[in-house]
Design a protein around this ligand. Structure first.
Ligand code: SAH
Length: 264
């Protein structure tokens, strides 16, 4: 039995927990056990209500949800909060969507704890790319289609300076997190780098949740489909031939009434 399966001692400590992409039963057993032992939970906005329901009733909950262009707490302030709560003797669960180390700033939080001499553990979660791929049965690698997969952050800020050359193209899958608002620029950037406008793309919104939606189109229409379907965050963009695989698209005509079409 590893240390992690023994309930955490009462001394203060921080546990970074990956909450997975949304569905409660995609939590790891280790994550569920850590949640049950929490005195304080510091969580992001992407964590679902079903997962929050697993916390002990008396655990203190602190939201540090970030919205684009409106940060409730800066990253250093989150680090300070984790450290202060742990030094006060609490078991602090830092609950993050997906995996803490994939675009989760988990590395900075681990550093903050270590710098302060606070014990810290990391429990991985299913990243949304993996959750989404499974949910729509779209393999990110496939012997016939792609043997390389890359994850990139598609936030508008700094997009122009990033070098994505070679990340997308034949035999490759590119998964873009946080790419909705920059989708048009992303398509332009990839085409400027030599990708053909006919490259298949898919957009997966709220993957693994009951109201998830999937859309496919060609690269030149990436911004177009996101606008027409009114895709909202959280969503992932998949670029490459694997985007043609998997379950059928959400039926677009249903979107006229903005009716979500659950995939079953
Ligand atoms: N650490 C997280 C990613 C945080 S960045 C992980 O490993 O998944 C936040 C981005 O993740 C969102 O903007 C979106 O691109 C993606 N995301 C998170 N949950 C998602 C979901 N259920 N469906 C689709 N994309 C999701």
């Amino acid at each position: 039995m590893s240390d992690h399966l023994i309930p955490f001692a009462c001394a203060g400590r921080v546990v970074l927990v990956g909450a997975g992409p949304g569905a409660v039963d995609l939590l790891t057993l280790r994550a569920a056990r850590a949640l049950a032992s929490a005195d304080v939970v510091i969580h992001d906005g992407l964590v679902s209500d079903e997962i929050m329901a697993l916390l002990p009733a008396d655990a203190r909950r602190i939201s540090v949800a970030k919205r684009r262009a409106r940060h409730t707490l800066s990253q250093p302030a989150i680090g300070d909060l984790l450290v202060a709560e742990a030094l006060a003797g609490h078991v602090v669960v830092r609950l993050k969507g997906g995996d803490p180390f994939i675009f989760g700033r988990g590395g900075e939080e681990v550093d903050a704890c270590r710098a302060a001499g606070v014990p810290v553990d990391v429990i991985p979660g299913i990243s949304s790319a993996q959750g989404a791929a499974a949910a729509v049965q779209m393999p990110l690698t496939h012997r016939d289609h792609a043997s390389i997969v890359s994850f990139v952050a598609g936030e508008c800020r700094g997009l122009a300076e990033q070098n994505w050359v070679g990340l997308a193209g034949p035999g490759r899958t590119l998964v873009i997190y946080m790419g909705l608002s920059g989708a048009h620029q992303i398509a332009e950037k990839l085409m400027a780098d030599g990708l053909t406008p006919e490259t298949p793309v898919a957009v997966i919104e709220r993957a693994t949740r009951d109201d998830q939606r999937l859309f496919r189109t060609l690269l030149a229409d990436l911004g177009g489909i996101i606008a027409r379907a009114k895709v909202e965050s959280p969503a992932l963009i998949v670029i490459g031939h694997v985007a043609t695989l998997g379950v059928p698209d959400t039926v677009l005509h249903q979107l006229v009434e903005a009716v979500p079409c659950p995939l079953s």
